[in-house]
Structures are given as C-alpha cells and as structure tokens.
Design a protein around this ligand. Sequence first.
Ligand SMILES: *[C@@H]1O[C@H](CO)[C@@H](O)[C@H](O)[C@H]1NC(C)=O
Ligand SMILES: *[C@@H]1O[C@H](CO)[C@@H](O)[C@H](O)[C@H]1NC(C)=O
Ligand SMILES: *[C@@H]1O[C@H](CO)[C@@H](O)[C@H](O)[C@H]1NC(C)=O
Ligand SMILES: *[C@@H]1O[C@H](CO)[C@@H](O)[C@H](O)[C@H]1NC(C)=O
Ligand SMILES: *[C@@H]1O[C@H](CO)[C@@H](O)[C@H](O)[C@H]1NC(C)=O
Ligand SMILES: *[C@@H]1O[C@H](CO)[C@@H](O)[C@H](O)[C@H]1NC(C)=O
Ligand SMILES: *[C@@H]1O[C@H](CO)[C@@H](O)[C@H](O)[C@H]1NC(C)=O
Ligand SMILES: *[C@@H]1O[C@H](CO)[C@@H](O)[C@H](O)[C@H]1NC(C)=O
Length: 759
Amino acid sequence: MNFTTNIQLFLFFFVLPFIHSSSQSTAPGDVITLTKAATIGKPGCQTRCGNVTIPYPFGIGPGCFLSEWYETTCNTSVNPPRTQIATLPILEFTDYTFRVPNKVASQCYNPLGNLTEDIPTSVNLALTSPFSFSMKNRFFLIGCDDVSFTANPLQGDYTSGCIALCSTPEDVENGSCSGVGCCQTAIPKGFKFYYVSSFSLLFNHTSVSSFNPCTYSFLGEQERFTFNGVSDFMDPNFRNRTRASVPILVDWVVGNSSCSEARSAGVLACQANSECVESDTGVPGYRCICNDGYQGQPYLEPGCQDINECDDPDNLCDGICTNTPGSYTCSCKDGYVGDGLKNGSGCVKKSSEFPVIKFSLGMGFGFLAILVGITWLYFVFKKRNLVKLRQKLFQKNGGLLLKQRIMTTTGNVDSTKVFTAQELEKATNNYAEDRILGRGGYGVVYKGVLTDQRVVAIKKSRVMDETQIDTFINEVIILTRVHHRNVVKLLGCCLETDVPLLVYEYVSNGTLFHHIHGKTTMPWLTWENRLRVAAEAAGALSYLHSATSTPVIHRDVKSANILLDDNYTTKIADFGASRLVPLDQTQVSTLVQGTRGYLDPEYFQSGLLTGKSDVYSFGVMLAELLTGEKPLSMERTEEERNLSTYFVMSMKENRLFQILEPRVVREGTLEQLQKVSELVKRCLNLEGDERPTMKEVAIELEGLRKFTQHPWASQHVDEENANLLNMETEETDLYAESINPYSSIGGISSAFRIDKPVV
Ligand SMILES: *[C@@H]1O[C@H](CO)[C@@H](O)[C@H](O)[C@H]1NC(C)=O
Ligand SMILES: *[C@@H]1O[C@H](CO)[C@@H](O)[C@H](O)[C@H]1NC(C)=O
Ligand SMILES: *[C@@H]1O[C@H](CO)[C@@H](O)[C@H](O)[C@H]1NC(C)=O
Ligand SMILES: *[C@@H]1O[C@H](CO)[C@@H](O)[C@H](O)[C@H]1NC(C)=O
Ligand SMILES: *[C@@H]1O[C@H](CO)[C@@H](O)[C@H](O)[C@H]1NC(C)=O
Ligand SMILES: *[C@@H]1O[C@H](CO)[C@@H](O)[C@H](O)[C@H]1NC(C)=O
Ligand SMILES: *[C@@H]1O[C@H](CO)[C@@H](O)[C@H](O)[C@H]1NC(C)=O
Ligand SMILES: *[C@@H]1O[C@H](CO)[C@@H](O)[C@H](O)[C@H]1NC(C)=O
C-alpha cells in the first residue's frame, strides 16, 4: 500500500506538468478518406489543414463544428500546418476515430545506477470529452529492468502495468514483445487520460547498463507497433519522446446520451438516411451511421445520400444496372435471363427456346456426322468384305478349278461369260419371287433380263458343300463344250456368290413333261411333233455320247429335262448329273444318280455307267410320249406302276394300242407305231448291251419321221420345221468333225423340206 501511495505521489509530481503541454509534432500519417461523402464538413467551412481533412462534427471556425469539443484549429505557424483539437495535434480523422502522436516517457541511468533522466508523459483527453483511447491501443514498455504503470488519477482506479526484464542482449527476441526486453498491456475501456512512468525493478539498470541504459514507455496503436529487439534500446527516436510510427488511436462519439434519450430530447444529431448507433467506447453518446446504400455526412443536412452503385466500377452487375434508393437492381437484356451478377449466374441467353434449338442442332449435327462417318466406314468395310468374300467364294466355287479346266480344254471358252453377282442380282430383280421359273432338287431357276435386254434363265444351285464343286464345275465344263441346237446353251456363270449361279439361254415354252402331262391338251403335240422332239432329243444325246471329244453321259434324261422354246424346238437341259467319260473307257463307276421311273435298272444295280443308261431313260421318255402316261403312276396297278414294265408288258400281251394315246394312234401310221414301240422295247431292255446306241436310236427316229407325211399336218408346224432345219444347216459346220446324226440325215431333212408340198 505504501508503495502504491508513493507511486501516486510520484506520478502526480511528474506527470501533471505535462498535461496539455504536448506540442511536439511528428510527420503526419497517411490521410484516410473519411467517408465516400461528397460533403465532409459544413458548407463554407475549411475542411483541410495541412494534409488533414476535417469532417463534421469537427470543424474550424465558428459554426463549423457540432460543439466546442469538436472545435478544431489549424496552426499555421508551423510547416506543414498542424491540425489541433485544443492543444492536441491530430494526425488524421476517420469515421469514428482520430489519431494523435504518441508520447514516450523515459528513464535513464548511469552505470552506477544513478537516475540521470526521468521524463514522464501524459495525454489528456479531458474527462468530460466525448473522446477516449481506443481499445486498439496498447501500453508498451521497452527495457530490461523495469516495471511500468499507467493510470488515470482523475478517474481513480484505472491502473495497469507490465514488467520487462532481461539479462543479456541475446535474451531479447526481435519482433516479440512479451516480457523479455519489451512488454505490453491492454488499457481499460473509456480511458481518457493517461500518464505513465516507470521504475527500475531490480538494480537501477546497473546489470544491463552496457546495452540498455534507458527504459521507454508509451501508449500506441498495437497494429502499428513492432518490437525491433536490442536496436530499440538505442533508438534515437525515443530521445525525441516519440515513436512516430505508432500513433494513438482515439475513439469519438457525439452527444452525451444514448440514441433514444437524444431522440426523445429532440437533439439527435443523426440526419436523414442514417442510423443511430449506441456508443461502445465506454463514453456515453452515440454515433450516426449512413444506412446501407447511402453515403455522406450523417451529421449534416440533408443527411446521407444514395450511392449510385451502378457508377461503381467494382459493381458486380454485368447486365442492366438500375440504381434504387439505398440499393440497385441488376437485370438482363431482353432474351437473357439470370441475376446479372458477375459472381452470380450472370446473364445467359434465354434457355427456354434458343438453347434447346441450339443444343438440338448441335446434337443433331454431331450425331449426323457420326452417323455418316459410321455409315461410310460400314460401307467401305462391307464393300471390302464383299469383294473378299466374293473372291473367296469364287475359289470355293471352283473358280480356279474352272479356269484351269477351261484352259486345258479346247472348248469355246469365249462364249462363256463370267457374270458378276451384281449383274445377276439386277437381272433377277434381286431374285424376286415372281421371277422364279421352277424349283427342283438342283435349286431354283429364275428368269432374268440382262442389261442388253437378253432374257436368260439363271439357275441358282442349292447351297453346296465343297465336295459338290465338281458337280457344278462339271455342268459348266460340259456345257461350255457342247454346242448343239438341241442342248440348252450356257451363257455363263457367276462364282462370286455363296452358291454358284449358271446363266442359260432362256427357253420359254416349259418342259416336255409339262406339255405331255399338263391339264390342257396341247394342240401342237401331234404325232409328227412328238416324233420330231424325240428325234431331236435323241440326236442331241447321240451327239453328246459320241460327238464331243470326250463323251458325255447325261444321266438324267427325262421329259422334265426336255425344254421347248417358242418354236417347240427341243432343248436338253440339266447337266448337273452328267458325266464325262474318257474316250478310252466305255463305262465309269459312279454313285447311282437319276430319276425314279427313268433309272436304268442295270446301272442301278451295278453302279457302272455307260451310254446305255441314257438309252434306257430315253426309252422311258419315248414311252411317255407314246402313251401320255407318267413314268411312275400310283393310279396304275402295282405291276403296271412302272411305265417301262407296263409298256413292255403291254407289247408282250399284244395290247399296246390300248395304252397308246388315242391321238398318237390316230395320227401315226401302223408301221411307225410299231417301229417306235419296238424301239422303245429295245431301249428298255434290262441288259444294256442289248439296247441300241443313242446314235442308232436317233437315226431310226429320223428315218421314221419321213413317214409322217400326213395331209392333216398343219402348215404352221411345217413352217416351224423348215425354220428349224434352216438353223440346223447353218449350225452343221459347228460340229462337222463329229459323227453327228444330223450330218447324215440333214440331207434327208433338207430334201424333205424341199419336197414338202406347201398347202
Ligand atoms: C503531407 O503533405 C506534404 C505536403 O503538403 C507531403 O509532402 C506529405 O507527403 C504529406 N504527408 C502525408 C502523410 O500525406
Ligand atoms: C502554434 O504552434 C506554435 C509553435 O509550436 C505555438 O507556439 C503556438 O502556441 C501554436 N498556436 C496554437 C493556437 O496552438
Ligand atoms: C550517485 O552519484 C552520487 C555522486 O554524484 C553518489 O554520491 C551516489 O553514491 C551515487 N549513487 C546513488 C545510488 O545515488
Ligand atoms: C528484427 O526483425 C526485422 C524483421 O524481421 C528486421 O528487419 C530487423 O533488422 C531485425 N532487427 C534486429 C536487431 O535483428
Ligand atoms: C536505485 O536508486 C534509488 C534512488 O536513486 C535508490 O534508493 C535505490 O537503493 C537504488 N537501488 C539499487 C539496487 O541500487
Ligand atoms: C529529435 O528532434 C530534434 C528537433 O526536434 C531533431 O533535430 C532530431 O533530428 C530528432 N532526432 C531524431 C533521431 O529524429
Ligand atoms: C455533456 O453534458 C455536459 C453537462 O451537461 C456538458 O458539459 C458537455 O458539454 C456535454 N458534452 C457533449 C459532447 O455534449
Ligand atoms: C456476390 O458478391 C456480393 C458481395 O461480394 C455478395 O453480397 C453476393 O451475395 C454475392 N452473390 C452471389 C450470388 O454470390
């Protein structure tokens, strides 16, 4: 207690003379613009002094300040002019504060411990003033052997202090004011009058005098202070009683009372568009603050002014900015939506229609592009694959084999064309159903029209395995070699498809089978024509058997394989089963093939194929022509089911004329019928050796034809015959080297033609 009393006395003694005596100036700090106010002070009043802008309620000169507490003076006797409130120099004003220079108290000791300098200091803001030291200030003490106190003797019990100690310069930490060489302490709220002094705590600085002879203490803004360590002990600035970089921050309020009291008393200083805020400085009073969106002088008429936020370059509005009292609105142009704010959604084109279209278009085009690309690729690959496939098929279908065979044979290869799959697809209208001419075990035959308008028959084989290639090649080879007017002409083939395709001349009038067994009677099928067709077929078969360099056995002779063209000319078709028999062999061993009813029983049993098998089948066909009966018929009794046995039996039993077709009986002469029947019987002999050769059959039939001079033979048919015979002679030289039955009987035919009376 005694100690405290002493301090009090001591403080009074030293501090009081300095109150209101501070006159020393320092370099003013940065001027901070108070508000964004257009009006700082009262109109007509000086608002600047030196670098300091003076805002109302402060003011220079009568009528320029709110009350005498805010009266400011500008001391122009110093340069630059110094702004003062009473004698207190002001460095700058802010909205709620002002800054004043600090004042440093110092004590210095000599090495012996004698106190050589002791300058206390004080700043008095006057007890009744609206000012107080801001809580942002700190009381600082710099020294190594000291304790310091600050107090407001006029306010009684406000005291605070701190102790700073150190033994060696190394103890002192640069930048850290926390008790070693430097200490700091907060000040009480509402602190208005401070004085300070310090004492040596321990040894009157004798232990540290070498580096710290003095102690300095002062009040200052904490943010602005940095402890520089040992160098601060010797800072010459302190000798001038100031630490210029650390001003004291002073809060100010207006009035003497709370907002509500002032308002009810009718003395509220706050003007329009401003708000009264209670003082938080520890000093009674209030402050006026402009409402949001307003700026200016809340203490002066006409109050705070609306801020035109739209003029602010930092405004966040990117669209149409519209200023409103206290605020602004931000909108977007027509056709745009959004809040228009840079940190918000901004303005974007209306999403309802356009982006949808844009998006769709974008997607559409993108998708289209991809589609086109894929399609293109697909077709490129497909085409490539197709080409490859066709090449593969060509090989599979024996293209190479065919080429090879064709090359090694002497046949007229040029006339056989290799068609492309495309060509034939087009010709058959992509194998349309309505183009089908017939179906069979071999496959399907389509009618086709080539690009040169030629009508053709296109045989599409059934899917074959590779072992069947030979069969296919066979027909091609045989037909490319055989050139006979009564053999259907092979125009070409196509090997590029999975099944081989053969292109024949188109024979328009169907098969002989159809004509014989058809529902309607065929007027053309006269005895004479029957004989002719038989002779033509026999001639062609004879030619095949003997005329070509390598004999060909048809193996499937039957009425269904005899085609008839517009003029009812015979065309033998379907050489799929045919075999080439090397000249040095008279028979070949094969798998039995043929059609039931026509099949040579000997061949069926032995499997040995000779030309006589065709003769047997031809015999059956001849019987068919004579009787109009089918080779196999369920309508006949079991023993008569087979036409061949039926026919032979009938002959044996002398009832042949019962089974011959009435028209044949009517039209044919007895001799003819007898001879033909005999021929049939011989052809149907169960022993092949006993059968006549095809050549013999052909000659015999041709011979019989000259007896067909009937007065009832139609001119039409005769003309046809003439026609055919003309063609015959034209073609004769084609197989001149062969033992063609035509070559020997052609003369007869011609003679017959010439002799024939024209009715
Ligand atoms: C004060 O004004 C003087 C000249 O008027 C200028 O040189 C100085 O930089 C200013 N100081 C501040 C802190 O603005
Ligand atoms: C102005 O400053 C000078 C020099 O510091 C001083 O003598 C004088 O008293 C001051 N005037 C006022 C009105 O404070
Ligand atoms: C101070 O100096 C004086 C003489 O100048 C001396 O007598 C005294 O002992 C010194 N010491 C103290 C602690 O006063
Ligand atoms: C203290 O630190 C500051 C920055 O950290 C530096 O600029 C200054 O020179 C230092 N002072 C001493 C005495 O080390
Ligand atoms: C410090 O000086 C004061 C008076 O100047 C004296 O009373 C006190 O004894 C001294 N203390 C020491 C430790 O020298
Ligand atoms: C202290 O003040 C005087 C005059 O006021 C000046 O001449 C001197 O340069 C100042 N010292 C420092 C270190 O600023
Ligand atoms: C506060 O009231 C006292 C006493 O009425 C008066 O002296 C003082 O000037 C007033 N202060 C302000 C800032 O109005
Ligand atoms: C944009 O920034 C302003 C101020 O920085 C803020 O008030 C507002 O909420 C922000 N808006 C959005 C949408 O983030």
